[in-house]
Design a binder for this molecule. Structure first.
Ligand code: KIV
Ligand code: ZN
Length: 512
């Protein structure tokens, strides 16, 4: 049996289905290029029939990526499949991923189709896909709640029609590891022509079992894992790429299969995805969380100092985590910043470096030591996140124990400078009211959170907001040494994202 597991990354497709995580095309291109450098075998770049924006992003990713396969998702419908084929036609290694539900629950309540009808839909979808693209993947949606014999029958038909990869999704995150491993074994032992295809799994994390189920499936013989960076995705998310890759690497003694991933690129891409989507990684998240390699207890610290293997099963460098946080200061030059950014995984253009450098100088005037996190925040503000329509020029606040909070905000709106003042219940409320007047937004603030990027009283504050307007939800993120400014930046960033969504409405196509 092949000792490599194919890593199929769906950060740009299922990952983008995380509430508020919409990415624009430039952001998707940046992530796709990092996924290629990471060594991902297949990049699921989007769902081309879902919107013109998605189509265009998949097309541009197809033009750019050379070493990974580029895959588009399509419902088992001729229109979706043709649109998908069109969007990936320039890819060096294109793949169509078509799917239809197979569980009794979905057939009865959602699709209102019989099992025999669904078999014919699957056959025709794969046949058409195969006439347009050599590499076809077929997914039986809600496979973990599908009758296993029927699942094998559908897969047999899909292979006859030309599918090379058969995916068993645990769509609703319902499976338990032993049971899911047994299902994979059953499919491998009871689908007649299964030797002509690779078995894949796609696990959701509703019960927190995505990684465990995927590993159980791999132990049972699955050779493609569908994953997302930081585990983002619909609802509780997908199995996380970093957990699967590091489990296979760290426990190769037991699992005996590996991947082609360059693990030293894991941490930088995790940060990049978090920066771009605005979805923070929980501190205790395995592999990439801020606490994943920090030892708090005295006994553990003592052991690690004597020999790291006492309490560390992975070396931080293996995932690309700098063990020492190099500190930059006001005398650091552009060259040092560029080198440092490359080290962190950011290959920026000259213009982008210039923009980060100017922001760096500004910050270095106010803050003595600039750390990785500070630099990342500058990249985030200066380069990664677009702020087309609204930009903050300045903000002045008066606030304290004996004055009513008052904010004066000056903004560039569509290139035109305009200003407004407002009072509020506190300085942030006053700033937000002034920004709301200037932008005429009716967005509601669903969530506001603030944290310090580093230690020390001169740390930059990082603010994340979640906004809702006309049924659209967007996340915004901002950082600054002044927490009111960071709050204003996050709000404006979220408003820009809402504008992007209004211009490129996400569509959520029905199954059939
Ligand atoms: O969760 C799921 O079933 C999916 C399919 C489209 C593969 O995302
Ligand atoms: Zn999914």
């Amino acid at each position: 049996m092949d000792d490599k597991v194919i890593i199929f990354d769906t950060t740009l497709r299922d990952g983008e289905q995380s509430p508020g995580a919409t990415m624009n095309t430039a952001e998707k291109l940046r992530i796709a290029s990092k996924l290629e450098e990471l060594g991902v075998d297949v990049i699921e770049a989007g769902f081309p029939a879902s919107s013109p924006g998605d189509f265009d992003a998949v097309r541009q990713i197809s033009d750019m990526i050379k070493n990974s396969s580029v895959c588009g998702l399509a419902r088992a419908l001729p229109g979706d499949i043709k649109t998908c084929a069109d969007s990936i036609k320039s890819a060096k290694h294109p793949r169509i991923h078509t799917f239809v539900s197979t569980s009794e629950i979905h057939l009865k309540y959602q699709m209102k189709k019989s099992q025999a009808e669904v078999i014919e839909i699957a056959r025709e979808a794969v046949r058409l896909s195969r006439s347009l693209c050599e590499d076809v993947e077929f997914s039986a949606m809600d496979a973990s709640r599908t009758d296993p014999d029927y699942l094998c029958r559908v897969f047999e038909v899909a292979i006859e029609a030309g599918a090379r990869t058969l995916n068993i999704p645990d769509t609703v995150g319902y499976a338990i590891p032993d049971e899911f491993g047994a299902l994979v074994s059953y499919v491998l032992n009871n689908t007649k022509n299964i030797d002509k295809a690779i078995v894949s799994v796609h696990c959701h994390n509703d019960l927190g079992l995505g990684t465990a189920n995927t590993l159980a499936a791999i132990r049972a013989g699955a050779r493609q894992a569908e994953v997302a960076i930081n585990g983002i995705g619909e609802r509780a998310g997908n199995t996380s790429l970093e957990e699967i890759v590091m489990a296979l690497k760290t426990r190769n003694d037991l699992l005996k299969v590996d991947t082609r991933i360059d693990t030293t690129k894991i941490y930088p891409i995790s940060r990049l995805v978090s920066m771009i989507t605005g979805i923070q990684v929980q501190p205790n998240k395995a592999i990439v969380g801020a606490n994943a390699f920090s030892h708090e207890s005295g006994i553990h610290q003592d052991g690690v100092l004597k020999n790291p293997t006492t309490y560390e099963i992975m070396k931080p460098e293996t995932i690309g985590l700098h063990s020492s946080k190099l500190v930059l200061g006001k005398h650091s030059g552009k060259h040092a910043i560029r080198n440092y950014l490359v080290d962190m995984g950011y290959n920026l253009s000259d213009d982008e470096i210039q923009s980060v450098f100017e922001k760096f100088k500004n910050l270095a005037d106010r803050k003595k030591d600039i750390t990785d996190e500070d630099l990342e925040a500058l990249v985030n503000e200066g380069v990664l996140r677009s702020s087309d329509l609204f930009a903050l020029e300045y903000i002045h606040i008066s606030s304290g124990t004996t004055v009513d909070p008052l904010a004066h905000v000056k903004m560039l709106i569509n290139g035109r400078s305009t200003e407004e003042s407002s009072t509020g219940n506190g300085p942030i409320d006053a700033a937000y009211q002034a920004i709301a007047k200037l932008t005429r937004t009716s967005a509601t603030l669903l969530r506001f959170s603030i944290s310090a990027l580093t230690g020390g009283t001169d740390a930059q504050g990082e603010v994340t907001v979640r906004l809702k307007e006309d049924g659209l939800v967007a996340l915004g993120r901002g950082s600054d040494m002044d927490i009111i400014t960071a709050s204003a930046k996050a709000y404006i960033n979220g408003l820009n994202r809402l504008e992007y969504l209004k211009a490129n409405p996400p569509s959520t196509p029905e199954t059939m």
